[in-house]
Design a protein around this ligand. Structure first.
Ligand SMILES: [Fe+2]
Length: 272
Protein backbone atom coordinates (compact mmCIF):
# COMPACT_ATOMS: atom_id res chain seq x y z
CA UNK A 1 0.00 0.00 0.00
CA UNK A 2 1.11 3.56 -0.65
CA UNK A 3 1.39 5.83 2.38
CA UNK A 4 -2.00 7.21 3.44
CA UNK A 5 -2.46 9.07 6.71
CA UNK A 6 -5.36 7.74 8.71
CA UNK A 7 -5.94 10.69 11.05
CA UNK A 8 -9.33 12.24 11.57
CA UNK A 9 -8.59 15.89 12.31
CA UNK A 10 -11.87 17.79 12.50
CA UNK A 11 -10.59 21.33 13.04
CA UNK A 12 -9.84 23.93 10.40
CA UNK A 13 -6.75 25.99 9.80
CA UNK A 14 -6.30 29.21 7.85
CA UNK A 15 -3.90 29.21 4.90
CA UNK A 16 -1.61 31.83 6.47
CA UNK A 17 -1.39 29.80 9.71
CA UNK A 18 -0.64 26.65 7.74
CA UNK A 19 2.16 28.45 5.84
CA UNK A 20 3.55 29.82 9.11
CA UNK A 21 3.53 26.38 10.77
CA UNK A 22 5.36 24.80 7.86
CA UNK A 23 7.83 27.66 7.71
CA UNK A 24 8.67 27.12 11.41
CA UNK A 25 9.75 23.54 10.63
CA UNK A 26 13.34 22.50 10.03
CA UNK A 27 15.08 24.20 7.14
CA UNK A 28 15.27 20.90 5.32
CA UNK A 29 11.82 19.71 4.30
CA UNK A 30 12.54 16.02 4.88
CA UNK A 31 9.97 13.26 4.56
CA UNK A 32 9.54 13.23 8.36
CA UNK A 33 8.84 16.97 8.39
CA UNK A 34 6.27 16.59 5.61
CA UNK A 35 4.64 13.73 7.52
CA UNK A 36 4.49 15.91 10.65
CA UNK A 37 2.25 18.30 8.66
CA UNK A 38 -0.16 15.66 7.32
CA UNK A 39 -2.75 16.54 9.99
CA UNK A 40 -2.37 20.26 9.30
CA UNK A 41 -2.94 19.67 5.58
CA UNK A 42 -6.12 17.75 6.41
CA UNK A 43 -7.21 20.70 8.57
CA UNK A 44 -6.57 22.99 5.61
CA UNK A 45 -8.75 20.70 3.50
CA UNK A 46 -11.48 21.11 6.15
CA UNK A 47 -11.43 24.88 5.55
CA UNK A 48 -14.06 25.36 2.85
CA UNK A 49 -13.54 29.12 2.49
CA UNK A 50 -9.84 29.80 2.08
CA UNK A 51 -9.50 28.62 -1.52
CA UNK A 52 -12.57 30.56 -2.59
CA UNK A 53 -10.93 33.66 -1.08
CA UNK A 54 -7.70 33.01 -2.99
CA UNK A 55 -9.65 32.54 -6.23
CA UNK A 56 -11.67 35.71 -5.70
CA UNK A 57 -8.42 37.62 -5.10
CA UNK A 58 -6.90 36.19 -8.29
CA UNK A 59 -10.02 36.96 -10.32
CA UNK A 60 -9.95 40.58 -9.18
CA UNK A 61 -6.42 40.82 -10.64
CA UNK A 62 -6.85 38.42 -13.50
CA UNK A 63 -4.49 40.35 -15.80
CA UNK A 64 -1.72 39.76 -13.27
CA UNK A 65 -2.63 36.11 -12.67
CA UNK A 66 -0.11 34.11 -10.60
CA UNK A 67 3.11 35.86 -11.72
CA UNK A 68 5.22 33.50 -9.56
CA UNK A 69 3.59 30.30 -10.80
CA UNK A 70 6.22 28.17 -12.56
CA UNK A 71 4.02 25.10 -12.70
CA UNK A 72 1.54 23.97 -15.33
CA UNK A 73 -1.85 25.47 -16.12
CA UNK A 74 -3.61 23.06 -13.75
CA UNK A 75 -1.85 24.58 -10.72
CA UNK A 76 -2.65 27.51 -8.43
CA UNK A 77 0.26 28.54 -6.21
CA UNK A 78 -0.85 29.23 -2.65
CA UNK A 79 2.45 30.16 -1.00
CA UNK A 80 5.73 28.87 0.29
CA UNK A 81 9.36 29.83 0.76
CA UNK A 82 11.64 29.54 -2.28
CA UNK A 83 13.97 26.57 -1.93
CA UNK A 84 12.23 25.33 1.22
CA UNK A 85 8.61 24.41 0.53
CA UNK A 86 5.68 25.19 -1.74
CA UNK A 87 1.92 24.92 -1.28
CA UNK A 88 -0.33 24.65 -4.29
CA UNK A 89 -3.76 23.55 -5.42
CA UNK A 90 -4.16 21.30 -8.46
CA UNK A 91 -7.31 21.21 -10.56
CA UNK A 92 -8.47 17.93 -12.14
CA UNK A 93 -10.99 18.34 -14.92
CA UNK A 94 -13.59 15.70 -15.78
CA UNK A 95 -13.59 14.40 -19.37
CA UNK A 96 -16.52 16.62 -20.37
CA UNK A 97 -14.45 19.74 -19.54
CA UNK A 98 -11.28 18.71 -21.38
CA UNK A 99 -10.73 20.69 -24.53
CA UNK A 100 -12.62 19.05 -27.45
CA UNK A 101 -9.83 19.73 -29.96
CA UNK A 102 -6.83 19.68 -27.65
CA UNK A 103 -8.06 16.61 -25.73
CA UNK A 104 -4.86 14.56 -26.03
CA UNK A 105 -2.62 17.46 -24.93
CA UNK A 106 -4.84 18.17 -21.97
CA UNK A 107 -4.77 14.52 -20.98
CA UNK A 108 -0.97 14.79 -20.96
CA UNK A 109 -1.11 18.05 -18.96
CA UNK A 110 -3.16 16.32 -16.26
CA UNK A 111 -0.95 13.20 -16.42
CA UNK A 112 -3.93 11.03 -17.25
CA UNK A 113 -2.80 7.63 -18.41
CA UNK A 114 0.90 8.48 -18.12
CA UNK A 115 2.86 6.65 -15.44
CA UNK A 116 5.28 9.08 -13.82
CA UNK A 117 7.27 9.64 -10.66
CA UNK A 118 8.24 12.93 -9.00
CA UNK A 119 11.72 14.20 -8.21
CA UNK A 120 10.44 15.85 -5.03
CA UNK A 121 8.54 14.58 -2.00
CA UNK A 122 5.06 15.86 -1.29
CA UNK A 123 1.91 15.23 0.67
CA UNK A 124 -1.45 15.77 -0.95
CA UNK A 125 -5.05 16.08 0.26
CA UNK A 126 -8.33 15.86 -1.63
CA UNK A 127 -10.17 19.19 -1.37
CA UNK A 128 -13.07 19.19 -3.79
CA UNK A 129 -14.97 16.65 -5.90
CA UNK A 130 -14.65 12.88 -6.03
CA UNK A 131 -10.94 13.16 -6.80
CA UNK A 132 -8.81 11.39 -9.39
CA UNK A 133 -8.34 7.65 -9.49
CA UNK A 134 -4.71 6.69 -9.34
CA UNK A 135 -2.74 3.46 -9.57
CA UNK A 136 0.47 3.63 -7.53
CA UNK A 137 3.58 1.55 -8.16
CA UNK A 138 6.88 1.30 -6.36
CA UNK A 139 10.31 1.23 -8.03
CA UNK A 140 13.93 1.45 -7.02
CA UNK A 141 14.94 5.02 -7.81
CA UNK A 142 18.62 4.03 -7.95
CA UNK A 143 18.35 3.28 -11.65
CA UNK A 144 20.77 4.86 -14.11
CA UNK A 145 18.00 6.92 -15.67
CA UNK A 146 18.30 6.52 -19.40
CA UNK A 147 15.38 6.21 -21.78
CA UNK A 148 14.59 2.54 -22.40
CA UNK A 149 16.08 1.39 -19.09
CA UNK A 150 14.25 -1.55 -17.56
CA UNK A 151 12.85 -0.89 -14.08
CA UNK A 152 10.79 -3.21 -11.92
CA UNK A 153 7.45 -1.61 -11.06
CA UNK A 154 5.40 -3.24 -8.29
CA UNK A 155 1.75 -2.29 -7.98
CA UNK A 156 1.08 -0.97 -4.48
CA UNK A 157 -2.48 0.25 -4.65
CA UNK A 158 -5.39 1.47 -6.76
CA UNK A 159 -7.04 4.32 -4.97
CA UNK A 160 -9.00 7.57 -5.23
CA UNK A 161 -7.92 10.87 -3.68
CA UNK A 162 -11.29 11.68 -2.16
CA UNK A 163 -11.96 14.76 -0.05
CA UNK A 164 -9.80 15.01 3.11
CA UNK A 165 -7.74 11.93 2.29
CA UNK A 166 -4.04 12.72 2.83
CA UNK A 167 -1.28 10.77 1.09
CA UNK A 168 2.49 10.93 0.75
CA UNK A 169 4.28 10.56 -2.59
CA UNK A 170 7.91 9.57 -2.16
CA UNK A 171 10.47 11.13 -4.50
CA UNK A 172 11.99 8.76 -7.09
CA UNK A 173 10.10 5.86 -5.51
CA UNK A 174 6.34 6.14 -6.10
CA UNK A 175 5.17 5.97 -9.69
CA UNK A 176 1.55 6.73 -10.37
CA UNK A 177 -0.88 7.02 -13.18
CA UNK A 178 -4.13 8.97 -13.12
CA UNK A 179 -6.33 6.38 -14.73
CA UNK A 180 -8.96 8.55 -16.35
CA UNK A 181 -10.17 12.09 -15.92
CA UNK A 182 -11.90 12.53 -12.56
CA UNK A 183 -15.67 11.94 -12.45
CA UNK A 184 -16.29 15.55 -11.55
CA UNK A 185 -14.40 18.82 -11.15
CA UNK A 186 -11.83 18.04 -8.46
CA UNK A 187 -9.12 19.91 -6.58
CA UNK A 188 -6.22 18.60 -4.52
CA UNK A 189 -3.91 20.50 -2.16
CA UNK A 190 -0.17 19.80 -2.11
CA UNK A 191 2.66 20.57 0.28
CA UNK A 192 5.89 20.06 -1.66
CA UNK A 193 9.54 19.83 -0.73
CA UNK A 194 11.96 21.28 -3.33
CA UNK A 195 13.28 18.95 -6.06
CA UNK A 196 16.16 16.73 -4.96
CA UNK A 197 19.36 18.14 -6.53
CA UNK A 198 20.54 16.14 -9.53
CA UNK A 199 17.39 14.01 -9.63
CA UNK A 200 15.10 13.44 -12.60
CA UNK A 201 11.41 12.93 -13.14
CA UNK A 202 10.49 10.15 -15.54
CA UNK A 203 7.59 8.96 -17.64
CA UNK A 204 7.30 5.15 -17.53
CA UNK A 205 5.90 2.62 -19.94
CA UNK A 206 4.04 0.47 -17.45
CA UNK A 207 3.56 -2.44 -19.83
CA UNK A 208 7.18 -2.92 -20.81
CA UNK A 209 8.38 -1.62 -17.40
CA UNK A 210 10.86 0.78 -18.95
CA UNK A 211 11.69 4.49 -18.67
CA UNK A 212 9.83 6.05 -21.61
CA UNK A 213 11.12 9.62 -21.32
CA UNK A 214 12.64 12.17 -18.96
CA UNK A 215 10.09 14.74 -17.92
CA UNK A 216 12.19 17.07 -15.79
CA UNK A 217 15.83 17.27 -14.78
CA UNK A 218 17.84 20.12 -13.32
CA UNK A 219 20.72 19.34 -15.66
CA UNK A 220 18.69 20.29 -18.75
CA UNK A 221 18.76 23.95 -17.69
CA UNK A 222 22.26 23.76 -16.24
CA UNK A 223 23.84 22.03 -19.24
CA UNK A 224 23.40 24.83 -21.73
CA UNK A 225 24.71 27.36 -19.17
CA UNK A 226 27.82 25.25 -18.66
CA UNK A 227 28.30 24.61 -22.36
CA UNK A 228 27.83 28.32 -23.14
CA UNK A 229 30.61 29.07 -20.65
CA UNK A 230 32.92 26.96 -22.82
CA UNK A 231 32.21 29.20 -25.80
CA UNK A 232 31.74 32.63 -24.18
CA UNK A 233 33.88 33.03 -21.07
CA UNK A 234 37.30 34.55 -21.65
CA UNK A 235 38.45 34.45 -18.03
CA UNK A 236 40.07 31.32 -16.68
CA UNK A 237 37.15 29.17 -15.63
CA UNK A 238 39.01 25.88 -15.72
CA UNK A 239 38.78 25.52 -11.91
CA UNK A 240 35.01 26.00 -11.89
CA UNK A 241 34.41 23.68 -14.82
CA UNK A 242 36.85 21.06 -13.53
CA UNK A 243 35.14 21.11 -10.15
CA UNK A 244 31.71 20.60 -11.77
CA UNK A 245 33.12 17.94 -14.10
CA UNK A 246 34.62 16.04 -11.19
CA UNK A 247 32.17 16.42 -8.37
CA UNK A 248 28.65 17.36 -9.49
CA UNK A 249 26.02 14.87 -8.34
CA UNK A 250 24.48 14.59 -11.82
CA UNK A 251 26.38 12.52 -14.40
CA UNK A 252 24.82 14.59 -17.22
CA UNK A 253 26.03 17.84 -15.63
CA UNK A 254 29.51 16.37 -15.20
CA UNK A 255 29.53 15.41 -18.88
CA UNK A 256 28.38 18.94 -19.90
CA UNK A 257 31.30 20.42 -17.93
CA UNK A 258 33.70 17.98 -19.60
CA UNK A 259 32.41 19.09 -23.02
CA UNK A 260 32.81 22.76 -22.04
CA UNK A 261 36.39 22.12 -20.90
CA UNK A 262 37.13 20.42 -24.21
CA UNK A 263 35.80 23.46 -26.10
CA UNK A 264 37.52 26.07 -23.92
CA UNK A 265 40.82 24.25 -23.34
CA UNK A 266 41.15 21.70 -26.17
CA UNK A 267 44.85 21.14 -25.51
CA UNK A 268 44.46 20.50 -21.82
CA UNK A 269 41.15 18.66 -21.94
CA UNK A 270 40.78 16.90 -25.29
CA UNK A 271 37.29 15.58 -25.96
CA UNK A 272 36.93 11.96 -24.88
FE1 LIG B 1 1.84 12.94 -10.20
Amino acid sequence: MAITFGGDEKGEIELRDFLELVDKSNDVMSRDVLISHAGHLRMLSNNRQFLANVIIGELKNIYDFQPKNNYTAQTIMLGGVAGKFYVRANVWLPARLLHPVNYESEKRLYSFERGHDHNFEFITAGYLGNGYETHIYDYDGNCEGYVGEKVELKLLERTVLHQHKVMLYRASRDVHIQKMPADDFSISLNLLAPPIPGSKQYIFDLESQRIASILRANYIGQSWLIEAAGYLCNDDISDVLASIAGRHCSAETRRAAQRALAVRYPDLFPER
